[in-house]
Design a protein around this ligand. Structure first.
Ligand code: DGL
Length: 266
């Protein structure tokens, strides 16, 4: 069935891993979280383009996957070409779901909620030009929502007021009342879907690309000549000096039975 390495700066990629697992339950999965370098949303293009190809190369040399999924919008919209050039296996990146959001919007006013890095990338401008030229597109970056999602998955309570504060510039600003679709352009944000829904009064569709990525993984794997399945537990590699009990619990909740710390040479 094959073996996928799912990669994100933290737990965000678990929202994608869950969709992949739903579609491909027999797929072996490894997961890597770049804990020591998070948040990516605040890093420069140069920093990400320098770090990610080398890090992903080291990770693939460690777990030998058949396919790599960059389950991070900030990394994908910044350094996908550089990562692909460094690896010898297929690499799938997440793309903010601007196309479906524009297609389903009736008010033709949509918002893209991502990290500060993602919402200013040229890649996103190009998606808007190509797929949402008939829409008004409001861009909103948030670093705090990433941290809130990390805390939620570590078992800490989430205060809805924190979420409302992050969303206020989007919905209370000009044209905010017209928004009827929000692109969750950071993989951490689907982990807060319930809280996001509970924080707004207007009717909004919250759209992510997890299911689309899972379909893409299925399609790419179907064209690969895969070695017979390698038995082995699904493993999470946490980039950093050590793991914490909360972190281990989070990954075990998502069926990553082994959780190990890993310090790359970077
Ligand atoms: N989950 C990531 C994304 O999709 C990045 C979060 C961060 O580290 O800023 O953009």
């Amino acid at each position: 069935m094959g073996h996928a390495l799912i990669f994100d700066s933290g737990v965000g990629g678990l929202s994608v891993a869950a969709e992949i697992r739903k579609r491909l339950p027999a797929l072996q999965m490894s997961y890597a979280a770049d804990d020591i370098f998070r948040p990516y949303g605040e890093k420069s293009e140069v920093q990400l383009k320098t770090r990610l190809p080398q890090l992903l190369w080291e990770l693939t040399e460690t777990v030998h996957p058949d396919i790599v999924v960059i389950a991070c919008n900030t990394a994908s919209t910044t350094a996908l070409n550089e990562i692909r050039a460094a690896l010898s296996v297929p690499v799938i990146g997440v793309v903010p779901a601007i196309k479906p959001a524009a297609a389903m919007s009736r008010t033709k006013t949509i918002a893209v909620l991502g990290t500060p890095g993602t919402v200013k990338r040229r890649y996103v401008d190009e998606l808007i030009d190509t797929f949402a030229s008939d829409c008004r597109v409001l861009l909103q970056g948030s670093v705090n929502l990433v941290d809130i999602a990390e805390r939620k998955l570590a078992g800490e309570p989430v205060d809805l007021d924190w979420i409302k504060t992050e969303l206020a510039p989007m919905f209370s600003g000009r044209h905010g009342a017209d928004i009827d679709a929000v692109v969750l352009a950071c993989t951490h944000f689907p982990l807060l879907r319930d809280e996001l829904k509970a924080s707004v009064t207007q009717s909004v569709q919250w759209i992510d690309s997890g299911d689309a990525i899972a379909r893409r993984v299925e399609d790419v794997l179907s064209h690969l000549k895969l070695k017979p399945a390698r038995p082995g537990p699904d493993t999470a590699l946490l980039v950093g000096p050590e793991t914490s009990p909360a972190r281990i619990r989070t990954f075990k909740d998502f069926s990553f039975e082994r959780v190990v710390a890993l310090l790359p040479s970077l």
